[in-house]
Design a protein around this ligand. Structure first.
Ligand code: NI
Length: 140
């Protein structure tokens, strides 16, 4: 029987959205306030959905304590209270939009979770703005 579990986590991080070859004014036109030169913070809310077969012996799809530990080690330890542009290698060459952050988070978690399990990321940048990756035409 297939089922899913979801683990929620939060991290606070600073970022600035800008294209290196563009002027501050051009970046402001593209990215709005997120292009302000001196960075700003968001309270990111992360939902990690993990899907697979319910194990007939344990009744678990996956040990949620293990999922929590992976999220803590891979995501929270690296991003919480950091400047994503300056303090992490992950966004040296990737613009830290909420879309891109979700892809990077997915790739980090994918390496730690066996391929028999599907994972999907929902990442809120604000309570009203979020992204889903990978997009499987599901609306969470
Ligand atoms: Ni922003």
């Amino acid at each position: 029987m297939k089922s899913s579990i979801v683990r929620k986590a939060q991290f606070n991080a600073a970022h600035r959205l800008f294209i290196k070859d563009k002027t501050d004014q051009e970046n402001l036109e593209i990215f709005g306030k997120c292009a302000y030169p001196n960075y700003h913070g968001h309270n990111y809310e992360l939902h990690v959905k993990l899907s697979g077969e319910i194990d007939s012996e344990t009744g678990f799809v996956y040990d949620i304590a293990k999922l929590r530990a992976i999220i803590d080690e891979e995501i929270i330890e690296n991003y919480d209270h950091r400047n994503l542009n300056l303090d992490t290698e992950d966004f040296k060459n990737i613009i830290p939009t909420v879309e891109n952050i979700a892809v990077v988070i997915y790739n980090r978690l994918r390496k730690k979770i066996e391929n028999q399990f599907e994972i999907q990321i929902k990442l809120y940048e604000t309570p009203r703005n979020y992204t889903i990756y990978p997009d499987q035409n599901t609306f969470l």
